[in-house]
Design a protein around this ligand. Structure first.
Ligand SMILES: NC(=O)c1ccc[n+]([C@@H]2O[C@H](COP(=O)([O-])OP(=O)(O)OC[C@H]3O[C@@H](n4cnc5c(N)ncnc54)[C@H](OP(=O)(O)O)[C@@H]3O)[C@@H](O)[C@H]2O)c1
Length: 322
């Protein structure tokens, strides 16, 4: 099968199209023919080993996981002898969690992995872009126990996590303010935001508004200023926090007088979350946002674009029929 393989960390050119062995499913596994995947910010971080700590988990000198790609949509081509949840031909989408490997024609999954039947009303390209931002946004909004009627500010509302967070927060009944640049105002409004702030013109920490939850999806807020814009018992979500922001978050949680809780950490993926997102898509409450689509052969170009940090929603990758 064809796959995009990388054997060293570095620039997009380390991603090479190669012929590799097609995987064989174990007893409890399904073999998926991948129709579409996506290039996410997480793939870029792994390709570059940025931050350096990536190397402690994914290979100190060279990557131990040679095929990137954490999301997919496709069809089941083969099932292991003990598989009961799915059958050959089922259209399916999901997230690999830490195993990666969807920049390839085929990928094996345990049947109880973070997978679900593909929503019936969207394409493979659209389904493949949902699990990365969708599960991250869902995880943190649940962790913040977002309640109906609460005010939430989503910073970085035009990215993969941000576009999902705006829609999910609306689904949970919150009053949503999205923060993005001028070019993305229409997009964020179209996703249901009640108010949009253009970060190139206005600093949300200076307009006197307060929020029950502030969700920074892109690690760009000034934490000390943002805390002032939270209500008593407010929640500050720092989903893209690096080490320094994690320490700042711990400090804020320990010392602030408003009992503010700071939420960080690496998420894990569950089939339950993927099912939840599928159902929301099928009732029209969650829409995939695709900025650009590339072929597997154009993966270098796709990585170069995503690395710039200004994509609108997601970048999907289409795999040719074999
Ligand atoms: N904790 C976890 O387990 C977890 C899970 C998933 C993702 N993440 C992390 O979350 C981060 C975001 O992921 P993502 O995929 O959503 O990012 P992304 O899609 O690459 O973000 C792109 C968006 O960020 C916006 N942006 C850039 N600079 C901005 C600024 N100064 N202010 C406001 N918006 C700005 C851009 O809008 P403009 O062009 O308008 O600037 C663009 O629409 C990544 O670092 C990723 O690693 C963490």
């Amino acid at each position: 099968m064809k796959a995009i393989v990388y054997t060293q960390y570095g620039i997009p050119e380390v991603l090479q199209l190669k012929e590799v062995a097609k995987p064989i499913p174990k007893q409890n596994e399904i073999l998926i023919r991948v129709r579409a995947t996506a290039v996410n910010s997480g793939d870029v971080r792994l390709r570059k080993a940025d931050p350096f700590a990536v190397r402690f988990f994914f290979g100190l000198m060279n990557p131990k996981t040679p095929i990137l790609g954490s999301v997919f949509s496709g069809e089941i081509e083969q099932v292991g002898s003990s598989v009961t949840l799915f059958k050959v031909g089922d259209p399916i989408f999901g997230h690999t969690d830490m195993s990666f490997g969807t920049y390839a024609n085929y990928k094996c999954f345990p049947e109880n992995g973070s997978i679900a039947l593909k929503p019936i009303n969207i394409t493979h390209q659209e389904a493949a872009v949902i699990p990365f931002g969708g599960v991250a946004a869902l995880h943190f909004l649940k962790k913040a126990s977002l309640q109906q009627g609460q005010k939430v500010l989503i910073f970085g509302a035009s990215g993969s996590v941000g576009t999902a967070a705006v829609q999910l927060a609306k689904h949970f009944g919150a009053i949503v303010t999205g923060v993005c640049s001028t070019a993305n105002i229409d997009l964020v409004q179209s996703l249901g935001a009640d108010k949009v702030i253009d970060y190139t013109k206005e600093d949300f920490t200076k307009n006197g508004e307060t929020y029950d939850v502030i969700f920074d999806t892109v690690n760009k807020i000034v934490i000390s200023n943002s805390v002032k814009s939270l209500t008593i018992n407010g929640k500050l979500i720092l989903s893209a926090a690096g080490i320094s922001e994690i320490f700042q978050g711990v400090w804020v949680s320990m010392t602030n007088s408003k009992k503010i809780k700071v939420l960080t950490g690496v998420i894990s993926h569950t089939a339950e979350d993927i099912h939840f997102l599928k159902e929301l898509i099928e009732v029209g409450q969650l829409k995939p946002v695709i900025d650009r689509t590339y072929s597997l052969e154009q993966i270098e170009e796709a990585h170069t674009y995503v690395e710039k940090g200004h994509k609108k929603g997601n970048v999907s990758i289409t795999l040719q029929s074999l």
